[in-house]
Ligand binder design. Structure first.
Ligand SMILES: NC(=O)c1ccc[n+]([C@@H]2O[C@H](COP(=O)([O-])OP(=O)(O)OC[C@H]3O[C@@H](n4cnc5c(N)ncnc54)[C@H](OP(=O)(O)O)[C@@H]3O)[C@@H](O)[C@H]2O)c1
Length: 242
């Protein structure tokens, strides 16, 4: 019960990896806020998880939504121990097809909203707090058709290095979990050709499960990783490691 008495926020906690992380934290005694744009998805997730889960509808690219989410956490629990920055998008476009809208939508969420989600959490966090950014192995490879996504995940990896330094004096640790291809709605939205190509690159011969990413995330979010900061833990079946 390593999250006993702890309060966590998982952005994009209504589906996929975020849902698995929220489930894992509550299973280990924590209280978890989940946020996302779709109210029905959040309510479905909350009903499935059961107790100690608090859905708050919100778009993390909107700073007033972030303020509202943190105000509700402050009012109910008065603190935040763990922040999981998970909300992300990965639309496909080859370089010649990248539009302003494509680029902006990816960087607005994966990079800009990541920064403000963390910045606005800080007043609720104190020594012993943990922040885990859900990055991607995409930060280190050049999968065709995902140039803007790959670069936005590299930005997240860079943020974690700086923030691990900046927040160390407050006793807050920042780390990154980088999944490889994982069976979620995001993965299901990719073409069968892209999915087959990605799968063929994984030494373990299969895509990951959200629960496997959640286990690594809980490790970095808990005291079990108390001497780990600024690190990236790849959960990718060896895809970028061998
Ligand atoms: N699946 C993979 O193969 C894979 C691999 C590497 C990294 N990742 C990363 O893992 C994270 C989770 O992705 P997933 O695979 O679990 O996909 P997913 O099921 O599509 O989850 C994405 C979540 O983000 C939420 N979201 C999107 N835009 C948002 C916004 N503006 N404000 C608040 N929430 C927002 C979505 O909810 P709403 O639509 O309701 O807002 C959804 O719950 C992402 O950061 C992704 O880049 C995934």
């Amino acid at each position: 019960m390593q999250f006993d008495g702890k309060v966590a926020l998982v952005t994009g906690g209504g589906s996929g990896i975020g849902l698995a992380v929220a489930r894992a934290i509550t299973a280990q005694g924590g209280s978890v806020y989940i946020t996302g744009r779709r109210q029905t998805e959040l309510e479905k997730a909350a009903a499935e998880i059961g107790t100690q889960v608090f859905p708050i509808q919100g778009d993390v690219t909107r700073l007033d939504d972030l303020d509202r989410v943190y105000a509700q956490i402050e009012e109910k629990h008065g603190k935040l121990d763990t922040l999981i920055v998970n909300a992300g998008v990965a639309p496909f476009a080859k370089l010649e097809d990248v539009s302003e809208e494509h680029y902006d939508s990816i960087f607005n969420l994966n990079a800009r909203a990541t920064l403000f989600t963390v910045q606005k959490a800080l007043p609720l966090m104190s020594a012993g707090g943990t922040i885990v950014l859900i990055g991607s192995v995409a930060d280190a490879i050049g999968t065709p058709g995902y140039g803007a996504y790959n670069a936005s995940k590299a930005a997240m990896r860079s943020f974690a290095r700086t923030w691990a330094n900046e927040l160390a004096e407050s006793g807050i640790r920042v780390n990154v979990v980088s999944p490889g291809p994982t069976e979620t709605p995001m993965m299901a939205a990719a073409s069968s050709e892209v999915r087959a190509t990605l799968k063929s690159l994984i030494p373990l011969g299969r895509v990951g499960r959200p629960e496997e990413v959640a286990a690594a995330t809980c490790f970095l979010a808990s005291d079990q990783s108390s001497f780990i900061a600024g690190a990236e833990l790849c959960v990718d079946g060896g895809m970028t490691q061998v």
